[in-house]
Design a protein around this ligand. Sequence first.
Ligand SMILES: NC(=O)c1ccc[n+]([C@@H]2O[C@H](COP(=O)([O-])OP(=O)(O)OC[C@H]3O[C@@H](n4cnc5c(N)ncnc54)[C@H](OP(=O)(O)O)[C@@H]3O)[C@@H](O)[C@H]2O)c1
Length: 283
Amino acid sequence: MTAMNMAEIAVPSLRLHDGIEIPQLGFGVFQVPPEETQGAVEMALGAGYRHIDTAAAYGNEREVGAALASSGLAREDYFVTTKLWNSEHGHDSALVAFEASLDRLGLDHVDLYLIHWPVPTEDRFVDTWRAFERIYEEEAARTIGVSNFRVEDLERLEAETDTRPTVNQVELHPGLQQAELRAWHGEHRIATEAWSPLAQGGLLGNETIAGIADRHGKTPAQVILRWHLRLGNVVIPKSVTPRRIQENLDLFDFELSEKDVAEVAGLDGGRRIGPDPSTFVAP
Ligand SMILES: NC(=O)c1ccc[n+]([C@@H]2O[C@H](COP(=O)([O-])OP(=O)(O)OC[C@H]3O[C@@H](n4cnc5c(N)ncnc54)[C@H](OP(=O)(O)O)[C@@H]3O)[C@@H](O)[C@H]2O)c1
């Protein structure tokens, strides 16, 4: 199979509550140094990924934009997410930060713009969200969402603003399954997007996962990613390793059984590897 044939692999899309479609599997670039980003994103696009997840804070939007430009893909054929950093909360500063992201990406719109963290201790995310509503109305973001929001943060947006986020991107992997938050999302038609879906590699040596992988002739990473897809999560694994970039896309020739899913459910320990959204501020 050539790289461009791989691009025809049917990565499923989810329809968000505003009608926008998001590819359920994307490519994350957190901790990819700027000098490696363009090459990694070009490799991912060549392998068939059509959804890239970056952020102002990652310091690599410019290189993501360069890879998209050099791909020759039509704008409507890829989906780009970026995020507003914690230091830019507030209505006017969010508008300025958004323009700066667009400029670095070299795009006239993004597909999804996210508030990266709620920073509840500063209590500004409602004002920020009003700027997001304006960006959405002006069609500079096709859809708008949040990241690392807790149920109480989502409830505030629900009570105080007119537009419900379409996506909440949160830490989620077999060690932190986020049942309560996922249930709330389900009731409110908010898509759950899983960050650190592989627990940054921390679960790949787990015996239970390895047992399931053996039964299917797949790798532990593929089992975990398939588990996310089965739960209905959007998933954005990161890798700079060519073989793994391919491997993480090669998920569509097997299904997990009920038994497999029950075994993964048993791994939930409420263990975060990232910061706690209740207290996290700009570092
Ligand atoms: N919204 C937020 O606050 C937030 C926070 C964190 C992350 N994110 C997003 O979520 C994306 C993914 O999360 P993440 O980067 O933290 O972690 P991750 O995707 O769970 O794990 C990435 C790590 O796993 C390794 N890996 C990837 N595929 C593998 C495979 N098939 N076999 C073995 N090892 C593999 C990678 O190594 P190599 O690269 O060396 O191959 C890397 O060390 C980020 O890139 C970012 O876009 C968002």
